[in-house]
Design a protein around this ligand. Structure first.
Ligand code: DGL
Length: 281
């Protein structure tokens, strides 16, 4: 639990991690509500995409990232804005580190509440689909619902490119979604179980019919953060005057390609991009 009882000086530092740009969506959503907080966004482009790594390597990498960042920067709470990393590594990380860690995971519970035809789609990486965490989550909440799962690892690069300034090919997105589009009964509720996919919501809306619910984990996350930073919703308004804070963004490798992300980062309110070299502990 964080700590500062003097509500007017209260500016928790929230560290948000992802393999790439997917977590920027989460950052933006959280920042809108918790504008008084200070944010550090770290994307692990050296190791991107996590969906192509083994569970062991993802856990090891996340430990190294947190140990390295801890040396340079102060933060109060960590948001793992990556479903792949959360389902595989969160429980291990919580054993090692004493600061609060909140992982973004597919919100199966909400999808079950929303679905009318009882067919739910889960879009996520293969690592997420095959994780023990996900299997347990589905077992716990799916009830009579049919949960269809589709590996969207090939969409992640498309989203990265979108934020690096390239156009998204709707034909390609449609092709990846074809297994579901060809079904007699398609899911009426789709869980965006990868933070990158939040940037494709408009494309999905064009491809699927209008009445589909798209579920992301934003609400859960906000509730968890408020709990961890020990602030009630009623105090958010008082604190929102602290919104002139400079947030910072870091990556794990820097190249001319990385710099092409700058216009998108500026849109999200960041003014510079720095590299943190991740140490192997
Ligand atoms: N944003 C990550 C997720 O939510 C992408 C995974 C990857 O890097 O493959 O799963």
């Amino acid at each position: 639990m964080i700590i500062n009882k003097h509500i007017c000086n209260y500016r928790p530092v929230i560290l948000i991690l992802d393999s790439g740009v997917g977590g920027l969506f989460i950052y933006n959503q959280i920042k809108r509500v918790l504008s008084f907080a200070k944010y550090i966004y770290f994307f692990d482009n050296e190791y991107f995409p996590y969906g192509k790594r083994s569970d062991f390597l993802i856990v090891k990498r996340l430990i190294n990232i947190l140990k390295t960042i801890q040396k340079f920067l102060k933060f109060d709470v960590v948001i793992i804005a990556c479903n792949t990393a959360s389902v595989v590594a969160c429980s291990e990380l919580k054993k090692i580190f004493s600061f609060p860690i909140i992982g973004i995971v597919p919100d199966v519970k909400l999808a079950v509440m929303l679905s009318r035809n009882k067919i739910i789609g889960l879009l996520s990486t293969n690592v997420t689909i095959n994780s023990m965490y996900m299997r347990n989550l589905i077992k716990k909440f799916s009830g009579m619902n049919l949960i269809l799962q589709l590996d969207i690892s090939n969409l992640i690069e498309i989203v990265e490119n979108k934020l690096y300034g390239k156009c998204v090919s709707l034909t390609l997105v449609r092709k990846i979604m074809r297994p579901w589009l060809e079904l007699d009964k398609i899911p009426d509720t789709i869980i965006l179980g990868c933070t990158h996919l939040l940037f494709l919501k408009n494309e999905f809306k064009k491809i699927f019919h209008k009445n589909i619910f798209f579920v992301c984990s934003r609400n859960n996350i906000l509730q968890c953060i408020l709990k961890v930073i020990n602030i009630s919703v009623f105090n958010i308004y008082k604190l929102s005057k602290f919104n002139f804070i400079k947030n910072r963004v870091y990556c794990s490798t820097m190249s001319s390609k990385t710099l092409m992300l700058m216009p998108s980062l500026i849109k999200y309110g960041f003014s510079s991009l720095e590299k943190i070299r991740i140490t192997n502990f």
